[in-house]
Design a protein around this ligand. Structure first.
Ligand code: SAM
Length: 487
C-alpha cells in the first residue's frame, strides 16, 4: 500500500503547487523511485478519464470515504496499469467496485466513440479547461483538391455542413459527435471534424492527401504566404508539417531549404514529405544559426519561417500542466529557450533578400512570445510587424506598441492549441528613410505632437494590413510643417 499512499500524497502536494513531480518523488524517500514516478505520470495522463469514471461509478460514496487522489492511483492501476499490486485496507473497497468501474470505462468509450484507452485520453484531452479540440484536417493540395475530398467524405457517409461562420459555430459543432464536418472559416483547405474522429487508418490520410495538423499550426505558413516559385527557408523544420504546407502554397515550385538539428526528426520528416508529394525541398541536418546568410545559395531567399524549439506550454497535456517545473527551474528554462528564439529570428533577418519572416511558438509564455518580438524590433529597425489576419480574435499581449499585430491562439478563444505568431516585414527604402528621419527628429527633441492615423491601409497581401503607419504619419507631419512655413 505504501506505493499508492505515497503516490496519492504526491498528487495532493502537486495540487498545492509544492513542487514538480520529479522533485516530490525524490523527496518522498520511496525506495523504488522509477515505479513511483511511472505510476504518477500515467495517473496524471489518464486523470480526466479516471475522474469521470470515479464520478459515474460513485466510488467515493458510501461509509468508507476513499480520498480522491488515492482512488485515482488505485483506479489507474486496476483499469489501465498492471492490476492492483499491493493489499491494504482500500484494496477490498476498490475490488468490490471492479465490475462497476469496468462498466463505466466501457460506457465512456462508447460515448466518446473510441475503441482503445489511448484514444479515450486524446478525445478527453480538451475537457481539461474548456471545449474539446476538434480534429482538424488539412487538405493537401499537392495531391488532391478540396472538391475531391468533400466528395470522398460525403461518399463515406459524412454530412458536409458548409463553411463555418464563427468560432462559436465551431465550438457548438465540437459538442456534437455525429458523422459531420465543416470547412474552417480562417484557414483555406482546412476541414473540421468532431474531436474523437480518427483518421490514422483512413486511405486518404495514409496516401498523404490529408494532413492531420492543428489549426493554429497552419497559421505560420498561411501568413508567410510565399508567392509561387519563391525561395523559402524553414529554419527549424522537423517533423515538417509547416514545410509541407509551404510547399503546397508555392505549388512545389521554387525552393524550400529546410534545416533541423535532430537527425531522427529529420528522417521522419523526409518520409512525411515524400508521402505528401513535396518535391521542392532541400533538407539539411544543420544548425540554422550556422547557415551563412552570405552564401550565394541563399541569395534569393525572400521568405523565412522560424518555428524554433519552445516550452510547448500551449499544448494540451494534463500531465505537463500538473508537472511543470515551478519557480526558478522554469525561469531558467524559459530564459534559455527565449535566448535561442531571439538568435534564430535575428539570424533569419540577416538574409540579404529576405522580405518576410514569420516567427511562431506553441508556447503561451510572454517570455517566448511578445518579449522576443519586442527585442527583435528594437534590434532590427529595418523590419516592422505586419498586422496579420485582422479578423482573428486573440491578439498579442499588450506589452509594447504594436503588439496587437501578433496573434495568439488558445482552446478557449480560438478552439486551437495555445500558439503565438508574428510576421516581420522588411521596410521599404522609402519607409526606412522616413523612419530614420523620425529617429533624427526625436534625437533633436522636436516636440511636435504626432497624430496617429488609426485607419489601416489595406495591403496587397491577403491576410494583413499595414500596422505601424509611420509613413502616413511622417508625411502628414511634413505637410503640416510646409503649411506652417508658408503661413
Ligand atoms: N516546424 C516544425 C513543424 O511544423 O513540423 C516543428 C519544429 S519544432 C517546434 C522545433 C524544431 O527545431 C525541432 O525539430 C528541433 O530539433 C529544431 N531545432 C532546435 N534547434 C535548432 C537549430 N539550432 N537549428 C535547426 N533546428 C533546430
Amino acid at each position: 500500500m505504501a506505493l499508492y499512499q505515497t503516490a496519492a500524497g504526491i498528487l495532493d502536494r502537486l495540487q498545492q503547487k509544492e513542487g514538480a513531480v520529479k522533485t516530490l518523488v525524490y523527496d518522498s524517500g520511496y525506495k523504488n523511485v522509477r515505479q513511483l514516478y511511472a505510476l504518477l505520470c500515467e495517473t496524471l495522463r489518464y486523470s480526466t478519464v479516471i475522474e469521470e469514471i470515479i464520478k459515474s461509478s460513485e466510488l467515493l460514496r458510501g461509509p468508507k470515504k476513499l480520498p480522491m487522489n488515492l482512488a485515482k492511483v488505485l483506479v489507474y492501476d486496476l483499469l489501465f496499469g498492471k492490476g492492483l499490486q499491493c493489499g491494504g485496507r482500500w484494496k477490498s473497497t476498490i475490488l468490490a467496485h471492479r465490475a462497476r468501474l469496468q462498466a463505466e470505462l466501457a460506457k465512456l468509450k462508447v460515448k466518446k466513440k473510441v475503441s482503445n484507452n489511448q484514444d479515450l485520453v486524446t478525445s478527453m484531452g480538451g475537457s481539461l479547461d474548456g471545449p474539446a479540440l476538434p480534429r482538424y484536417v488539412r487538405v493537401n493540395t499537392l495531391k488532391t483538391s478540396m472538391d475531391d475530398v468533400l466528395t470522398y467524405f460525403k461518399r463515406q457517409g459524412y454530412t458536409y455542413l458548409g463553411k463555418a461562420r464563427s468560432i462559436k459555430e465551431l465550438i457548438d459543432f465540437g459538442q456534437k459527435s455525429g458523422k459531420s464536418f465543416l470547412q474552417d472559416l480562417h484557414i483555406p483547405n482546412l476541414l473540421v471534424f468532431p474531436p474523437s474522429t480518427d483518421f490514422h487508418k483512413d486511405s486518404l490520410y495514409t496516401a498523404g492527401h490529408l494532413i492531420l495538423q492543428d489549426k493554429a499550426s497552419c497559421l505560420p505558413a498561411l501568413l508567410l504566404d510565399p508567392p509561387v516559385g519563391s525561395c523559402v527557408i524553414d529554419a527549424c523544420a522537423a517533423p515538417g508539417n509547416k514545410t509541407s504546407h509551404l510547399a503546397a502554397i508555392v505549388q512545389n515550385k521554387g525552393k524550400i531549404f529546410a534545416f533541423d538539428l535532430d537527425t531522427k526528426r529529420l528522417a521522419t520528416m523526409s518520409t512525411l514529405l515524400l508521402r505528401a508529394g513535396v518535391t521542392c525541398q532541400e533538407l539539411a541536418n544543420q544548425d540554422f544559426l550556422t547557415v551563412s546568410p552570405c552564401d550565394p545559395k541563399y541569395q534569393k531567399v525572400s521568405h523565412i519561417l522560424v518555428d524554433p524549439s519552445c516550452s510547448g506550454s500551449g499544448m494540451p497535456d494534463r500531465m505537463r500542466v500538473l508537472t511543470e517545473e515551478s519557480g526558478s527551474d522554469q525561469d531558467e528554462r524559459l530564459q534559455a529557450l527565449s535566448a535561442f528564439q531571439r538568435r534564430a529570428v535575428s539570424h533569419a533577418l540577416r538574409f540579404p533578400s529576405v522580405q518576410y519572416v514569420v516567427y511562431s511558438t506553441c508556447s503561451i509564455h510572454q517570455q517566448e512570445d511578445e518579449d522576443v518580438v519586442k527585442d527583435i524590433l528594437e534590434q532590427h529597425p529595418d523590419f516592422r510587424l505586419v498586422n496579420v489576419l485582422p479578423m482573428w480574435p486573440a491578439r498579442g499581449l499588450n506589452t509594447f506598441p504594436g503588439s496587437e499585430c501578433c496573434l495568439r491562439a488558445s482552446l478557449s478563444e480560438t478552439l486551437t492549441n495555445g500558439f503565438f505568431v508574428a510576421l516581420f516585414q522588411r521596410r521599404s527604402p522609402e519607409e526606412k528613410s522616413t523612419s530614420e528621419e523620425q529617429k533624427t527628429a526625436s534625437l533633436h527633441q522636436v516636440n511636435e505632437e504626432l497624430e496617429v492615423d488609426s485607419s489601416q491601409v489595406q495591403s496587397k497581401r491577403k491576410y494583413e494590413c499595414i500596422s505601424q503607419n509611420s509613413v502616413s504619419c511622417t508625411k502628414r507631419k511634413r505637410k503640416k510643417k510646409r503649411k506652417t512655413d508658408k503661413d
